[in-house]
Design a protein around this ligand. Sequence first.
Ligand code: AP5
Length: 209
Amino acid sequence: MMKKKIILLGPPGAGKGTQAKRIVEKTGLLHLSTGDILRDEVARGTELGKQAKAYMDRGDLVPDELIIGMIRGRIENADGFILDGFPRTVAQAEALEQITPVDVVIDIELERDEVIRRLSSRRVCRNCGKIYNLISNPPKLDGKCDACGGELYQRDDDRPEVIENRYDVYTSSTAPLIEFYRSRGLLVEVDGKADPDAIFARIMEIIGG
Ligand code: AP5
């Protein structure tokens, strides 16, 4: 099994979750999506979920202390992982450096108009988490997951006004990480407009899988 420590960076809707799931199937790496962990906390009504929900519904970032506390225990003893949606601020990246070094940061690039188009038409399986797109990757049966038959739903933060705020938050708070990791010689850029198979092939080339 692969033992690399990989960060997937990129704007909302760039395809981080789509690619992370494929990488995990191929390599067995541990997939840590801070968005998925937070949505699970919200669904279970935990204290963290209650604190995070209002930020997520607006498309704002959940405060750094909550995120770092949530992720630390999951990564400090792991041999390898794919981080999807973390770090998202310079403070989170600095905290991660204190916890463990990473091998590579893959930045999936996508422009604003395409982000908005993709997220408005995204659907996700409530049961297994498989990601669909009504335009580019629709399910065979309306509203049903091809893989498990589960119900497909639209995320609360995939509403137009929230998508726009998420993109703006990405630009102001997360995009500075591109320079942060470039200056450390860890950054590799990938064109997110390409076909998902081509992006996956490129990522496997980068991580040596
Ligand atoms: P999170 O869940 O991390 O959302 P995100 O970063 O906005 O990313 P997405 O899940 O929207 O997009 P993705 O890049 O995974 O794209 P996907 O593969 O689904 O975070 C949600 C919220 O949680 C945040 O707003 C914040 O409040 C909070 N949060 C999370 N982490 C945090 C942190 N570290 N700090 C603070 N707060 C945090 O693809 C999108 C669509 O495009 C799909 O429909 C897919 O089918 C389609 N698609 C994918 N690839 C392609 C392709 N190549 N061509 C055509 N279509 C494609």
